[in-house]
Design a protein around this ligand. Structure first.
Ligand code: S3P
Length: 416
């Protein structure tokens, strides 16, 4: 069983944004409870190459911002590693700066589509060499405003366009397909950006400068979700996770767990730096039921679908996940990687065009699974291993460092 009280490192999405917005602000910034995962360290390394002064002290980061137009031409290519957020958001910032930079990443990044950002940035007048995939060279400066109705729901695309719009010579409008995480809008406003949000419509007007901030990064709900599910499905468990980010664009997993009959409660909450933060009390739940997960709920739990699939194998009846074809272009094709691996553990699961159907409840059996170097696949199947008969062997455990350094020890410390 799992027992105890823990606090997690900072949210990945918010940590990335804190580095980026601080780097283009004027003045000194302090970021506390920053996530020292590989993805966020890639963002730091890119902005250092763009001439920004960044210092790390324990879990805090100190940044002397270069101002909105102050990034320097990098002498080297910018390597984003495994991080989609780094490359797509940076493209928006680079589009507005009068310099040339080339972006590359690892083998997973080189297969992920970038035309979703390249096309609208070109529409704004940005000069980009490259098609859909890395390497991509951006020659920034002189952007026109954009009026863009997004064809997909993506916080990375939305954020990239909001950032480019800071540099445009007029008002831009971005219309979302459905509400995705809104950390960019919240944080940029605190830096002094001129952003107005009216449900799915976001209006951005240029400003001369952004002004430095002290930012506290709440615990990552996506990382918490592995511990939450481990607690729900392991007999007699009870865990408190403190200071988790509970922004409602991210709490789809809590809604899903409640609908499945899972025992989860928010026992405290407050707003810090515009973000809702609270403590979660989670208890083992014997009887869970299958549900349908679809439509506007999908962007609110997109990164949690692998672990939700593991949870669904322990719920009675059918869980249907649909409208989730974006999963195919994550760090791995997460429809395939989740379905194929759960089949190896003898779950009753079927791949569909835009998701999966899981029939529970199954007794999972140990086997060797393939992570495809996807951190969330590795972490999900470690949780499956906690309740399987026989061991679940994970081919690459190190990839968890992308978003959750210390993951295995954190869970092992909770096991009593
Ligand atoms: C993220 C947005 C989501 C999410 C990713 C982080 C962000 O991607 O899957 O892990 O920080 O903006 P999409 O925008 O591609 O949906």
């Amino acid at each position: 069983m799992l027992k105890g009280t823990i606090e997690l490192l900072g949210d990945k999405s918010i940590s990335h944004r804190a580095i980026m917005f601080s780097s283009i602000s004027k003045g000194y910034n302090r970021i506390s409870n920053f996530l020292m995962g590989e993805d966020c360290l890639s963002t730091i390394s890119c902005f250092k190459k763009l001439g920004v002064g960044i210092e790390i002290k324990k879990n805090d980061v100190f940044i002397r911002g270069n101002g909105l137009y102050g990034l320097k031409k990098p002498s080297d290519i910018l390597d984003v590693g495994n991080s989609g957020t780094t490359i797509r958001l940076m493209m928006g910032i680079l589009a507005g700066n009068n310099l040339e930079a080339t972006l590359v990443g690892d083998s997973s990044i080189s297969k992920r589509p970038m035309d979703r950002v390249i096309n609208p940035l070109r529409e704004m007048g940005c000069d980009i060499i490259g098609d859909n995939f890395t390497p991509i060279t951006i020659k920034g400066g002189n952007l026109n405003p954009i009026h863009y109705k997004m064809p997909i729901s993506s916080a990375q695309v939305k954020s990239s366009l909001i950032l480019a719009s800071l540099y445009a010579n007029g008002e831009s409008t971005i219309i979302e397909k459905s509400k995705s995480r809104n950390h960019t809008e919240i944080m940029l406003k605190s830096f002094g950006a001129n952003i107005n949000v009216d449900s799915l419509k976001i209006k951005v007007n240029p400003v001369d400068e952004l002004f430095s901030q002290d930012i506290y990064v709440p615990g990552d709900i996506s990382s918490a979700s592995f511990i939450i599910v481990a607690t729900l499905i392991t007999k007699n468990s009870e865990v408190i996770i403190k200071n988790v980010g509970l922004n409602e664009t991210r709490t789809g997993i809590i809604d899903v767990i409640k609908k499945m009959g899972g025992n989860i409660e928010i026992i405290n909450n407050k707003t810090i730096c515009g973000e809702l933060v609270g403590d979660l009390l989670v208890k083992y739940t014997k009887n869970l039921n299958g549900i349908v997960i679809e439509k506007d709920l999908i962007p609110r739990l997109i990164d949690e679908i692998p672990i939700i699939a593991v949870l669904a194998t322990q719920a009675d009846g059918k869980t249907i996940i649909k409208d989730a074809s974006e999963l195919k272009v994550k760090e791995s094709n997460r429809i395939k990687s989740v379905v194929d691996n759960l089949k190896l553990l003898k779950a009753d699961i079927k791949e569909t065009d835009d998701g999966m159907i899981i029939n529970g409840k199954s007794k999972l059996k140990g086997n060797k699974i393939k992570t495809y170097n996807d951190h969330r696949v590795a972490m999900s199947f470690f949780v499956a291993g906690l309740i399987s008969e026989g061991e679940v062997l994970i081919d690459n455990k190190d990839c968890v460092d992308i978003s959750f350094p210390g993951y295995f020890d954190t869970i092992k410390k909770l096991i009593k």
